[in-house]
Design a protein around this ligand. Structure first.
Ligand SMILES: *Cc1c(COP(=O)(O)O)cnc(C)c1O
Length: 363
């Protein structure tokens, strides 16, 4: 049972029907926001209190809010998909709810009950229903729940006042060029997470520390950056916001084991299941970079891809580092990678049977 109701009292729309229709023809990613947002506040004395759906707009925040100084913040990302009959669904939201709780625990933030997380999504998408695109390709409504230390206090401790919001943004393709093989730069001087750190939490700080490496990747003509383990810099962790997989010629599908410095992706877990369903052998283990590069060169590894909610599954065609460049397969999009992508998006958009019960109806 959800304790928070997220009532919707102010219902006037912010954006006209005509303007919304124009935006939805080509939304891009992370550029446009809906009419409303969900909000709930937690205080140390009252716990989770007032919840509401309010018009999307600027927040009133003290310049002394703890988050602005010490970065006590966590977030989530998931999508709402419109099916052919007009209904709106989301994908395994309980996993996002549980991960938000784990992230919050690591950042000393309060845990939002799973039922309340789900209610916040249902209430917001009901209010913003016209914003869920009718997909012609892969459009969806991207949902961004987040939670931060809003207490006005410059002392260093876990905040006593915390705000939770969900905002929503219509999304087209994450990569402007569409599904094309990525060039990925291997970071050899920057780490995203260390042992005992926050790598397994979805928090803004991990992203802040990845940006310079991403700039370095761009300087080398790469689209994305791959991080190695911080201790030995010899095994693959993940990209700045996506998990990594390799497929071998003998039908194994490899991904780095969850060591504590890797974010446990919902997409990652779903791919492990779908791969096993189609007869691949899933292997979660330490992926030693030098071995992976050798296996790419020898043709033992035939495909490499990155995955996450925003980009779904994206082939990696080239790995690049200070020492050289490695082309995966023929540098194009791998057959199994594209088949897994087709199946996963098929389930999400209701074109393929949801045999694992992964979808939850929102509207
Ligand atoms: C969100 C995220 C992912 C992907 O997780 P999904 O649940 O599949 O969207 C991977 N790595 C990092 C660092 C992330 O923040």
């Amino acid at each position: 049972m959800s304790a928070l109701a997220f009532p919707h009292t102010e219902t006037a729309r912010r954006v006209s029907d005509a303007e919304r229709a124009r935006i939805l023809t080509d939304p891009g990613f992370g550029l446009w926001y809906t009419d409303f947002m969900a909000h709930a506040r937690w205080t140390i004395d009252e716990g989770w209190g007032a919840s509401e759906i309010v018009p999307f707009g600027p927040l009133q925040l003290s310049p002394a809010s703890a988050v602005l100084h010490y970065g006590q913040e966590v977030f989530e990302g998931l999508k709402a998909f419109r099916h052919a009959d007009g209904s709106v669904w989301t994908f395994r939201p309980e996993l996002n709810a549980e991960r938000l709780q784990r992230s919050a625990r690591r950042l000393a933030l309060p845990e939002l009950p799973v039922a309340d997380f789900l209610t916040s999504l249902t209430a917001l998408v009901a209010a913003d229903e016209p914003w869920v695109p009718v997909p012609t390709g892969e459009q969806a409504l991207y949902l961004r729940p987040f939670m931060f230390a809003s207490e006005e206090f410059l002392g260093v401790r876990a905040a006593h006042v915390v705000d939770y919001y969900v905002i929503a943004s219509p999304a087209g393709n994450y990569f402007p060029r569409g599904v094309q093989p990525l060039v990925v730069w291997i970071a050899d001087q920057y780490s995203r997470a260390g042992a005992g750190g926050t790598g397994a939490a979805k928090c803004g700080g991990n992203y802040a520390s990845s940006l310079l490496a991403k700039d370095e990747a761009a300087e080398h003509g790469a689209d994305e950056v791959m991080f190695l383990d911080s201790e030995t810099r010899s095994s693959i962790d993940e990209l700045s916001g996506m998990n990594v997989f390799a497929i071998t010629a003998d039908d194994r599908i490899l991904t780095p084991a969850l060591t504590g410095s890797i974010l446990e992706g919902v997409t990652r877990g779903s791919i492990l299941q779908l791969a096993a369903d189609r007869g691949l052998e899933p292997v979660e283990q330490r992926l030693v970079l030098s071995e992976v590069l050798d296996q790419i060169s020898s043709g033992e590894i035939t495909e490499l891809f990155a995955c996450g909610t925003a980009a779904v599954i994206n082939p990696i065609g080239t790995l690049r580092a200070h020492g050289g460049s490695w082309t995966v397969g023929d540098g194009g999009s791998g057959e199994t990678t594209l088949a897994l992508r087709e199946e996963l998006t098929g389930i999400q958009y209701g074109r393929v049977a949801d045999r694992h019960g992964w979808l939850t109806r929102l509207v």
